[in-house]
Design a protein around this ligand. Structure first.
Ligand code: C5P
Length: 404
């Protein structure tokens, strides 16, 4: 039931707009109030009079209408609701929102809203598959937009088959109910997420160790963002100078072997993000006592390989997390190495970043990452590590939702 829930329905200009009239009816049957915004293109397919009659209130169409602005104003329109639903979401409207354009009422409302947004795309299969639309979908997902559909089937206008049909009204209602019940801004509620973070310290003797420059900022930000999204989070962290993120169960470890043990103890989880910069080698002949200078000259340290935690977990037969995400810190040929790593480590995604000294990523507050999946590469703009974390968490929530 959706009693007393307020839905702002934005109808875009596509043939599927006729189904949005039925969507309004279904929502009202369940007790929701529906306020409707229509684009100019939408009005070629259905009339504001029809939509308004079913919604039981007037429909908003014009950004520059004095009457509309006086009545409610586009900012209040954008915020006086529990959820914004865009159905049909056309390629054009999605592109506008992905770019942050605001040149009509629908796009302005979508830019001004602070409410969760659910989109039901509808377009020709080629338009849906076009790289430009793929980029826009990825950008919108990063901004927290949730999806319902599109479905596969026959296109109304051309008889072509493929993915692009708008989800049916009852499917959209179910997605709305899920989105509101799940808490809207808590897309990871009910999920368990594991994150590794920081460097590891590999002892040379009781007072010396081998380490690296990882600060743990990115991994800790991911753990915090996952917790903010409602997940139950276990953070396994090497030695860092950061406070434990609030609402996260933090396990502090020193070495790679301790990290692996803590990670295995945290299973099963829905998603695991391996952001730690684990030392590749440890000292095989670490001194039990502090090594002393002596007549024999400096000690010779023998290194042995550490377990690869990411590959070990990604290759597990039982209790493998649904989604395994690795990081690739590279100083050169970043994407090439990341793609190779995705295959070799058996993980689902690699977040690749350039950590060459000139990039300033190590220890810095900003990050430029590329998300490498089996479907391709997305290059994200340079942003704060918190924003990278939020973007990644939104993608994880969407991916888990798809596999529910
Ligand atoms: O091979 P490389 O160290 O570049 O791979 C980086 C990814 O593998 C990161 O996700 C890191 O957390 C993970 N890793 C690991 N255990 C290791 C080495 C790397 O989990 N021993």
């Amino acid at each position: 039931m959706l009693s007393s829930r307020r839905i702002l329905l934005i109808i875009g200009g596509g043939i599927a707009a006729y189904k949005s009239l039925d969507l309004i009816r279904r929502l009202r049957e369940r007790g929701a109030s529906v306020r409707v915004v229509m684009t100019a293109a939408a009005q070629h397919f259905v009339t504001p009079l029809a939509a308004g009659s079913i919604a039981g209130e007037r429909v908003y169409t014009d950004l520059f209408s004095q009457a509309d602005e006086f009545d409610i104003g586009h900012i209040r329109l954008a915020r006086d609701c529990d959820l914004v639903v865009v159905a049909p979401a056309t390629a054009d409207l999605m592109a506008k929102v992905a770019q942050g354009l605001a040149n009509d009422l629908a796009s302005t409302v979508l830019l001004a809203t602070d409410r969760p947004v659910l989109m039901a795309p509808a377009m020709n299969p080629r338009m849906w598959a076009h790289p430009a639309t793929r980029r826009n979908v990825a950008a919108l997902e990063r901004d927290g937009v949730a999806w319902v559909g599109p479905n596969e089937g026959e296109m109304a206008e051309s008889g072509e088959r493929g993915v692009g049909r708008m989800a049916e009204p009852l499917e959209i209602v179910a997605a709305i109910e899920r989105r509101l019940a799940v808490g809207g801004d808590k897309p990871l509620r009910g999920r368990r997420v594991l994150v590794t973070s920081g460097p590891t310290h590999e002892p040379i003797d009781p007072v010396r160790y081998v380490a690296n420059r990882s600060s743990g900022k990115q991994g800790h930000a991911i753990a915090a963002a996952a917790a903010a999204a409602g997940a139950e989070v276990v953070l396994v962290s090497g030695p860092v100078a950061l406070p434990d993120p609030p609402g996260v169960a933090t396990v502090r470890v020193e070495t790679a072997r301790e990290m692996l043990a803590a990670v295995e103890k945290a299973l099963p989880v829905d998603a695991a993000v391996f952001a730690a910069a684990v030392a590749d080698w440890r000292v095989d002949n670490a001194g039990q006592q502090k090594l002393k200078k002596g007549a024999n000259g400096p000690p010779v340290l023998t290194l042995v390989e550490n377990p690869d935690i990411l590959a070990t977990i990604a290759h597990r037969k039982s209790n493998r997390p649904t989604l395994v995400v690795g990081f690739a810190a590279e100083t050169e040929r970043v994407l090439e190495h990341a793609k190779e790593k995705l295959a070799r480590k058996g993980c689902d995604w690699i977040v690749a970043n350039d950590v060459s000294i000139e990039s300033g990523v190590m220890g810095g507050d900003r990050n430029t990452v590329h998300l490498v999946t089996r479907d391709g590469v997305e290059s994200w703009p340079t942003q704060s590590k918190e924003d990278v974390a939020r973007g990644l968490v939104a993608r994880i929530a969407a991916a888990l939702e798809g596999k529910r």
